[in-house]
Design a protein around this ligand. Structure first.
Ligand code: COA
Length: 150
């Protein structure tokens, strides 16, 4: 049976395995622990028959705006389970949590070469806002944004 729930400390080993299979510069355990501690309500995992097969994590910021802004900081699905709607369900769950927290906008940065992720975000109607030169070890990042309906 599949389900989505908020993360717990016991999930970190499985998350790190997926992370290492998914990114050229994977996050360390330290970074995930930071999000677990600071943003536990916007960090979700997808499990299938008790196996963790995907995660999504966001931070919430209110420094430059009168209302909170969500930022999707990472999402990954284990390679054998991609293109089966897991990422879509994780993103839907996160967007509804961010809306509940009063966010009216969600931002993210994605590698310019990551066409799959850019298409994934585009399918949620995220729009390209700007490009950050050399943001990822010399590779440009694309800033995308989504306005949340209230
Ligand atoms: C990006 C990622 C999380 C998507 O997760 P997923 O579970 O495979 O995505 P879904 O099956 O929910 O797909 C949702 C939509 O995204 C788009 N999409 C997903 N994979 C795609 C692919 N390989 N090619 C083109 N579009 C794709 C499609 O619009 C898809 O809808 P559809 O299947 O109805 O056409 C996954 O590919 C992944 O883990 N990639 C490696 C990590 C990564 O790059 N993360 C993003 C960092 S910014």
């Amino acid at each position: 049976m599949a389900s989505i729930r908020v993360v717990s400390a016991e999930d970190l080993d499985a998350i790190l395995r997926i992370e290492n299979q998914s990114f050229p510069s994977p996050w360390s355990r330290f970074e995930f622990k930071f999000y677990l501690q600071e943003f536990p309500d916007s960090f979700f995992v997808y499990t299938k028959d008790t196996t963790l097969i995907g995660y999504i994590v966001a931070s919430i910021h209110q420094e430059t705006s009168p209302y909170p802004i969500g930022r999707v900081d990472s999402i990954a699905v284990a390679p054998p389970f991609r293109r089966q709607g897991v990422g879509r369900q994780l993103m839907k769950r996160l967007l509804s949590a961010l809306r509940e927290k009063g966010c009216r906008e969600v931002l993210l940065v994605v590698r310019i070469s990551n066409h799959v992720a850019r298409e994934f975000y585009r399918s949620f109607y995220f729009q390209v806002k700007s490009q950050l030169s050399g943001y990822y070890d010399g590779e440009d990042g694309v800033v995308m944004a989504l306005e949340l309906e209230r």
